[in-house]
Design a protein around this ligand. Structure first.
Ligand code: ZN
Length: 258
């Protein structure tokens, strides 16, 4: 506060009154308009704290981390590549209106599957995509794989008072996982033509723990020299990130009601 206010003389009071009159006039002229605009801008923020109207929250999961390195082949470490890819996807998604991306881990730290599942619930994400790099199946194995949760688990986890409702919600989420997998597949097909190893339904502690659509994407094989070289190229990484965002955008555009 200004201490000079204690020594206010009349002149200053007059000035103040003039100012008040001016402000009142200004408010009548422009204030209501400004207030309306402010309210209009703030409306989508009301309630949840995040602007979720016409906006979808994608939870990206850079697999592994900390002392859990994932696949290590030559200089490639899975935990580093998944983190790098997640950051690139977030960057690309920021260019798209209506998509928000959060990461399960933003630092190089170990995280349990349960912690990753819990993050999806806490953040109220609309889907989860877990990024991995593949290994094995012999040294000739190459290409990307997309896993969605197994339908087999759907009917068996009832047990409370509304198993039917629970199954219906679970089936809807599983169907959406398959649709998401198809969109991601067509996105990746543009970067790795004919390199898809198909959509795979496999039991996964991460995916089976989710109540939202979720996928595991194995971007390529660290154990294959061509894949490994491609995966470490910045331009391929950027292209993969764009392809993933395209797939996610198409998925949400075609299914606004989750
Ligand atoms: Zn992995």
């Amino acid at each position: 506060m200004n201490h000079e206010r204690f020594f206010n003389d009349e002149e200053e009071e007059e000035e103040e009154e003039e100012m008040m009159a001016f402000m009142n006039g200004w408010f009548v002229k422009y204030g209501i308009f400004t207030l309306t605009m402010l309210l209009f801008c703030l409306t989508p923020m009301a309630g949840s704290g995040t602007p979720r109207q016409n906006s979808y929250l994608i939870l990206l999961d850079p697999a592994h981390g900390g002392e859990d390195l994932g696949v290590v082949s030559d200089k490639l470490r899975e935990k580093d590549l998944t983190m790098n890819m997640a950051l690139l996807v977030r960057q690309e998604a920021q260019k798209m209106p209506g998509l928000q991306v959060q990461l399960t881990r933003s630092a190089d730290r170990r995280m349990t599957i349960a912690e990753r599942v819990k993050a999806a619930g806490t953040m109220k994400a609309d889907c989860l995509v877990s990024l991995h790099v593949n290994a094995g199946f012999g040294k000739k194995a190459t290409g990307y794989e997309i896993y969605f949760p197994g339908f087999r688990q759907a009917a068996s986890d009832g047990g409370d008072s509304s198993p039917i409702l629970k199954d219906m919600a679970r089936n809807k989420s599983l169907n959406n996982s398959v649709r998401l997998a198809q969109q991601i597949q067509s996105g990746l097909e543009t970067v790795f033509p004919r390199k898809g190893r198909g959509l795979r339904d496999a039991p996964s502690p991460l995916l089976d723990g989710l109540t939202i659509p979720g996928l595991v994407v194995e971007i390529g094989f660290a154990t294959h020299p061509d894949d490994r070289k491609k995966l470490t190229e910045p331009e391929t990484q950027r292209a993969v990130a764009r392809a993933l965002v395209k797939g996610l955008q198409d998925y949400f555009q075609k299914a606004p009601a989750l």
